[in-house]
Design a protein around this ligand. Structure first.
Ligand code: SAM
Ligand code: SF4
Length: 473
């Protein structure tokens, strides 16, 4: 088979990262090898996101830059997939006249066939068909997984919640859960090839399986945790309205479940939450967080917040700041509200001017920074179990500026904090550490977005049980 090269540009969330892996696997079967060099590519695919206007602009700006490459290399095939493709369909051809393929969020299975057709006939194709029940990858769709420490696995697609600002239900379709047997078999195969940590993905994992009468999300977690070799389980995203006591109990007792939950609150004002169609109140959110912290005192909580939702007053925004002060999140993802096609809020009046949104975003991020730093500082002196992932970015780029000049590794705490650490004062002695090992690291410094520490030899990170605080600072 002649070697052909695929350049894959993934924009957006973890869901798109997972979809891109599926795209790469399917195209590998056609002989396309992935390359990081755009100039080398015979096929360029952009897997797009349309959650906010900015992500969509990013996709179109990349596509615009492809014009020159296509002129130099007329045989080059170019395609757009993902949420922008689903939303815009054939209209993209008008905007990007040299594009060969537009494929929607449910067309990944058909991609090899579409590419073969373009290779043979040099035609242009749009495939944005959406089935009521999207087909999930079967376990045996997987072609020899590359050995990796940590990976995303999709357990459900689409969403039925229709938050008034959100485009997801319109571009990803109705919520559909994947069969537990197929999920287990995929993760088991990955664990056999070296996977140590999995992140289960869905827009609302708490409603997993309910519609189809499959097992519950906590039952799924329990089955995943029985997979041999797998050390850590994460999941995202939880919806506060469906986040329940079963899951809180599982977080407190299941040893493989990491001490982290991403629980997007979006706003601290009940008036705004109602207009967002979130179906919970600030009080309910606070109550669930209190129960969670009662059962899992070490849990890290992160969240998403939208500032400047249409009609958000200064008083509403102050309520959001109050909520942040009350909860003291470990981290926040905050976004300026952005009108999206088909999302009802696009038609809401009282739009907040951009300069107000910018100001509110900055105030909110500055406030959150104080809590992130406080939480990180509290870990200095603690000895924490870290799943070693590989060399740190600074190490890989050769830009090592720590005074010891030792080899830097990177990994994460169970609470999902990045820890860069050095193995020893002797850089040559790093050979006996491998990615995927659970090691103890003594935290020496805290930065705003990461921690820094030193590997502690001879302790048994893997054997410590939940609630054992003997390693705390
Ligand atoms: N399903 C998750 C949930 O319910 O929170 C998250 C889905 S979305 C991919 C990720 C985040 O993008 C949301 O939590 C929200 O904060 C943000 N987001 C979604 N639509 C937005 C919009 N129109 N403008 C600004 N931010 C938006
Ligand atoms: Fe969008 Fe709401 Fe569904 Fe999350 S729960 S994907 S924010 S509609």
């Amino acid at each position: 088979m002649v070697n052909k090269y695929l350049y894959l540009n993934t924009i957006g969330c973890q869901m798109n990262v997972y979809d891109s892996e599926q795209i790469a696997m399917r195209l590998a079967a056609l002989g396309y090898q992935q390359t990081s060099l755009l100039e080398k590519a015979d096929l360029v695919i952009v897997n797009t996101c349309t959650i906010r206007a900015k992500a969509e602009q990013k996709a179109f700006s990349f596509l615009g830059r492809l014009a020159r490459l296509k002129k130099k290399k007329p045989g080059l095939i170019t395609g757009v997939g993902g949420c922008v493709a689903q939303q815009e369909g054939e209209r993209i051809f008008k905007r990007i006249p040299y594009l060969d393929l537009v494929f929607g969020t449910q067309a990944i299975d058909r991609l090899p066939h579409l590419i073969q057709k373009i290779e043979k006939k040099r035609c242009r194709i749009v495939d944005i068909e959406q089935a009521d029940k999207p087909r999930f990858p079967e376990a045996n769709d997987r072609i020899a997984p590359a050995s990796q420490v940590s990976r995303f696995v999709t357990i459900m697609r689409g969403c039925d919640n229709f938050c008034s600002y959100c485009v997801v239900p319109h571009v990803r379709g109705r919520e559909t859960s994947r069969h537990p047997d197929v999920i287990i078999s995929e993760i088991r195969e990955l664990a056999r090839s070296g996977l140590k940590e999995v992140t289960l993905l869905g827009q609302n994992v708490n409603s997993y399986g309910k519609k189809e009468g499959l097992c519950s999300f906590t039952e799924l977690l329990s089955r995943v945790s029985q997979i041999e070799g797998l050390m850590r389980i994460r999941f995202t995203t939880s919806h506060p309205k469906d986040f329940d006591e079963d899951l809180i109990y599982a977080l407190g007792t299941n040893e493989k479940l990491c001490d982290h939950i991403h629980l997007p609150v979006q706003s601290g004002s009940n008036r705004v939450l109602k207009r967002m169609n979130r179906k919970y109140t600030k009080e309910l959110y606070l109550d669930k967080v209190a129960k969670l912290r009662d059962t899992c005192p070490d849990i890290a909580i992160t969240s998403d917040i939208i500032v400047g939702f249409p009609g958000e007053s200064e008083a509403d925004f102050d309520e959001t700041l109050d909520l942040i002060r009350t909860i003291e999140f470990d981290g926040l993802f905050a976004f300026k509200y952005s009108d999206r096609p088909n999302a009802p809020a696009a038609k809401f009046e009282e739009k907040v001017p951009d300069q107000h949104m910018k100001k509110r975003l900055q105030v909110l991020l500055d406030l959150q920074d104080t809590f992130t730093e406080k939480k990180n500082q509290a870990l200095v002196g603690a000895c924490l179990p870290i799943l070693a992932e590989g060399f740190s970015k600074r190490q890989s780029s050769g830009n090592l500026n720590h005074p010891l000049q030792a080899v830097q590794w990177t990994g994460r705490t169970s609470t999902n904090k990045i820890v860069n650490f050095y193995h020893d004062d002797n850089p040559e002695s790093c050979d006996d550490l491998s990615p995927g090992e659970l090691v103890d690291v003594k935290i020496e410094k805290a930065y705003s977005h990461s921690l820094w520490g030193k590997l502690v030899e001879g302790t048994a990170a893997a054997e410590r049980l939940k609630g054992d605080r003997s390693y705390a600072a």
